[in-house]
Design a protein around this ligand. Structure first.
Ligand code: SF4
Length: 87
């Protein structure tokens, strides 16, 4: 994991964070997931497709668990947190 990714502030409110900077940080966090923990590209797209069809998705965030779905879906061992799992 790069030093830049590790410097993400965990104490900031979203309103205090530059939106572009935040999303860039999220993108870097996804890229920093070790290859052996990463979801295969085809499965990643399948997962995100399910999220975009789901009424629990709000502005990139899953309202069931509060995670950013692009990050959660990028980790192969993660799963949809809904009672009726969609992936
Ligand atoms: S409930 Fe599952 S499918 Fe729906 S947004 Fe959350 S992770 Fe995605």
């Amino acid at each position: 994991m790069s030093e830049e990714v590790l410097r993400r502030c965990k104490k900031c409110l979203l309103r205090d964070i530059d939106k572009n900077e935040y999303f860039e940080s999220l993108k870097q966090a996804i890229e920093a997931i070790p290859a052996d923990e990463k979801t295969e590209p085809e499965e990643y797209e399948r997962r995100l497709s399910a999220c975009t069809e789901c009424d629990r998705l709000s502005e990139g965030m899953c309202t069931v668990c509060g995670c950013f779905v692009e990050y959660r879906a990028a980790k192969s061992k993660e799963y949809c947190p809904d009672v009726h799992r969609k992936w």
